[in-house]
Design a protein around this ligand. Structure first.
Ligand SMILES: Cc1cc2nc3c(=O)[nH]c(=O)nc-3n(C[C@H](O)[C@H](O)[C@H](O)COP(=O)(O)OP(=O)(O)OC[C@H]3O[C@@H](n4cnc5c(N)ncnc54)[C@H](O)[C@@H]3O)c2cc1C
Length: 373
């Protein structure tokens, strides 16, 4: 989709930079709580970031604002990766509504976002996944559960895709539905969420069985969720949050080396130099892929670049973690230093869908389709 020129000066990026500093201050306490990051999400709400990508707002995604959005996500992730994960889900959901919602649905759900409702996208599931059974009345009854529901029941408008069945039980395909979770009290399996890091993302397992939806709660048509370039192209958003994690690791190691008065050491300097180059190259990946997303109408090119960006940034993050470990030594990996906390969160959050397939797709595209450089 070709987008219109960008609106003037995206102040939200500056806002996100300030939030990042606040979140970084709160981070040790938030991490220790292992709970939903209420303070941080309230700050995001108060700063107006829940509706910043909606039509007419500063990062209106009909305009060429993707590079600014990616910077914003990077700053939020730098402040707190769990907050970045939850907020990225919100932005993703609003974009899916912008692409697939009817005008009436857009009006309703955008008003909900302005009123402070938190959205999310909960697609991942296990064997007991979601079925959406259409009743003779036209209403839709949900069967099944979702795993990795980031934000848990604090997300009052999650997109919950599942297999849609007509009233005769025939499967029609993978259908998105938005569940008004503030009107329901589904069983939440918190015991599912025993992760290495990212505990504050409260990515619980939730059983939606029995919830009855209105026909107008279904978003788009069967198969829309998997349509390209939106599905694979959206990976640049979580890559932006990941890069924020790497930037936080770099900051943490700088503080640590300064505290120990080891800034004169040439090995530390070299490692920090390497990390600074890595993070800056990640910024360049984001800038380029953001511009390409806004300017290209070539689905294959957008996917190709998004797959490269997420793969490059994942390895940037892994390299930064390795270099930081080396400089921190055992002492620097003890709480309450920042590195063990950031390390656990970033290592966990780097586990995103189909990394092997994304890299293979880059190679396949390069071999088969002669991309331009
Ligand atoms: C902190 C956090 C928050 C999350 N929040 C959400 C959320 O809000 N909503 C949501 O929908 N999801 C969420 N997820 C889930 C996430 O999007 C991924 O779907 C999930 O992490 C993938 O699971 P996995 O790593 O166990 O995957 P797997 O798919 O099992 O991948 C593990 C490895 O196996 C490889 N692999 C995958 N399939 C195959 C195969 N068929 N054959 C051989 N190798 C294969 C992969 O390339 C990878 O290297 C979250 C995950 C995390 C870590």
């Amino acid at each position: 989709m070709i987008r219109l020129p960008a609106l003037p000066a995206p102040a939200p990026v500056e806002l996100a930079r300030r939030l990042q500093q606040q979140f970084a201050e709160w981070a040790p306490e938030t991490f220790a709580s292992a709970a939903y990051p209420q303070r941080e999400m309230d700050a995001i709400r108060q700063a107006g970031l829940l509706h910043i990508t909606l039509p007419g707002e500063a990062l209106d995604l009909r305009h060429s604002n993707t590079p600014a959005l990616l910077q914003l996500l990077r700053y939020i992730g730098q402040g707190n990766l769990s907050v970045g994960r939850i907020y990225e889900g919100h932005v993703n959901a609003l974009q899916l509504i912008a692409v697939y919602g009817t005008p009436a649905q857009q009006q309703r759900w955008f008003a909900d976002a302005r009123a402070g409702h938190l959205f999310g996208v909960w697609n991942t599931e296990m064997q007991d996944g979601i079925h959406l059974d259409r009743q003779r009345t036209g209403k839709v009854r949900i069967r099944g559960s979702k795993s990795f529901c980031s934000g848990s029941v604090h997300v009052t408008r999650p997109i919950v895709p599942g297999v849609l069945h007509d009233s005769k039980g025939r499967a029609l395909g993978w259908q998105m539905a938005i569940v008004p979770l503030d009107r329901h009290d589904p069983p939440v399996d918190k015991s599912f969420w025993t992760p290495l890091g990212m505990r504050n993302s409260v990515s619980h397992k939730i059983d939606f069985t029995g919830i009855l939806l209105e026909p107008t709660d279904l978003l788009g048509h069967p198969g829309d969720y998997n349509r390209q370039p939106y599905l694979s192209g959206g990976a640049i958003r979580f890559a932006a949050v990941h890069l924020g994690g790497a930037a936080a690791v770099l900051e943490a190691i700088r503080e640590y080396i300064r505290q120990l008065k080891r800034t004169e050491d040439c090995y530390h300097r070299s490692r920090v130099g390497q990390m600074a180059i890595l993070v800056e190259s990640g910024n360049q990946w984001l800038e380029r892929s953001g511009r390409l997303t806004d300017q290209s109408s070539d689905t294959d090119e957008i996917i190709y670049y998004a797959n490269m960006t997420r793969t490059a940034i994942a390895s940037i993050c892994t390299d930064c973690l390795r270099l930081a470990e080396h400089s921190a030594g055992a002492r620097g990996m003890l709480h309450p230093y920042a590195l063990p906390r950031l390390h656990a969160d970033l290592t966990m959050y780097l586990r995103q869908p189909a990394p092997d397939a994304a890299l293979e797709a880059v190679g396949k595209h390069y071999l088969d389709d002669h991309p331009t450089h």
